[in-house]
Design a protein around this ligand. Structure first.
Ligand SMILES: Nc1ncnc2c1ncn2[C@@H]1O[C@H](COP(=O)(O)OP(=O)(O)O)[C@@H](O)[C@H]1O
Ligand SMILES: [Mg+2]
Length: 257
């Protein structure tokens, strides 16, 4: 398996870590009772030429250990934008995000990447698998970035791929997998590090009902078995109805469904 040094340049973006410099921060939580993820008065404005698009206009939410939260809202309402901010993948225009009690705006890019790698698993709306790597290599990547030994990484990647029903697809590259298999691989990659929180952006959006249900059950069993928090963006109200909390993003603010 390739070492981190061989990885393409977009790996840090996809896997949430650069590890290119020494961390100078203490990444343990500021408070023993910190929420897993919390944001306060979060605003995000994009500028397109001279046009300013205010997408988020004061979001407040706390997600605690083991909670399941669904985020719904129409297309373009800002769900992906919010999830990226909560996962520390993008920065807000104003307001703060805290992950395990750590204020993200106070950290440099290296520490933010390390915090994401340590605590979070992110399932992108479009799987973001690396096309030139096999399923095992894609899934093992966050562990390699952590510096774990390649032999152990392969073992762990295979174990989680077995759990998502891809035991016969270890050596397949993304182009050789079906849409559902790619999405399951992306989910395995998010789970392989045993994150405290999984953020999933319409993980079942492009899947048939049966596959969507399998993926949903998988995430739920993780939530029940290991107390992993789940923040899931979904259009599927049936699926959302099984989550503990449902919030709707509308006109830049979140409200309970
Ligand atoms: N990087 C960006 N630059 C400019 N506008 C953006 C960017 N990302 C998202 N937007 C805009 O923000 C709005 C919300 O997008 P998004 O968060 O992807 O919505 P959703 O996930 O709810 O469909 C859209 O109007 C989109 O065009
Ligand atoms: Mg989206």
């Amino acid at each position: 398996m390739n070492k981190p040094a061989d990885l393409p340049t977009n790996v840090s973006e996809v896997h949430g870590s650069t590890f290119s410099g020494a961390s100078n921060g203490d990444l343990t939580a500021d408070s023993a009772v910190a929420a897993t993820i919390e944001c306060r008065d979060l605003y995000k404005t994009f500028s397109e030429g001279s046009l300013l698009v205010e997408v988020l206009k004061g979001i407040n939410i706390s997600i605690h250990a083991g909670e399941q939260v669904a985020i719904m809202g129409s297309s373009g309402s800002g769900k992906s934008t919010l999830l990226h901010l909560l996962g520390g993948l993008d920065s807000s225009t104003s307001g703060e995000v805290y992950i395990q009690g750590k204020k993200m705006s106070a950290l440099g890019e290296t520490d933010r990447g390390q915090l994401r790698n340590q605590y979070l698993g992110f399932v992108y709306q479009f799987h973001h698998l690396l096309p030139e790597f096999t399923a095992v290599e894609n899934v093992g990547m966050p562990l390699l970035i952590r510096g774990e030994a390649p032999k152990l990484v392969i073992e762990k990647a295979k174990e989680i791929l077995n759990k998502v029903g891809l035991g016969s697809r270890f050596q397949h590259k993304p182009a050789e997998l079906s849409g559902g298999e790619r999405q399951r691989t992306a989910i395995a990659r998010a789970l392989v590090t045993d994150p405290v929180c999984v953020l999933a952006d319409e993980p079942t959006g492009n899947l048939d009902n049966k596959t969507a249900h399998v993926i949903y059950e998988l995430m739920l069993s993780l939530n029940k078995g290991q107390g992993t928090s789940i923040i899931m963006v979904t259009h599927d109200s049936e699926l959302a109805s099984h989550m503990e909390r449902i919030h709707v993003l509308e006109n830049g603010v979140l409200h309970p469904a």
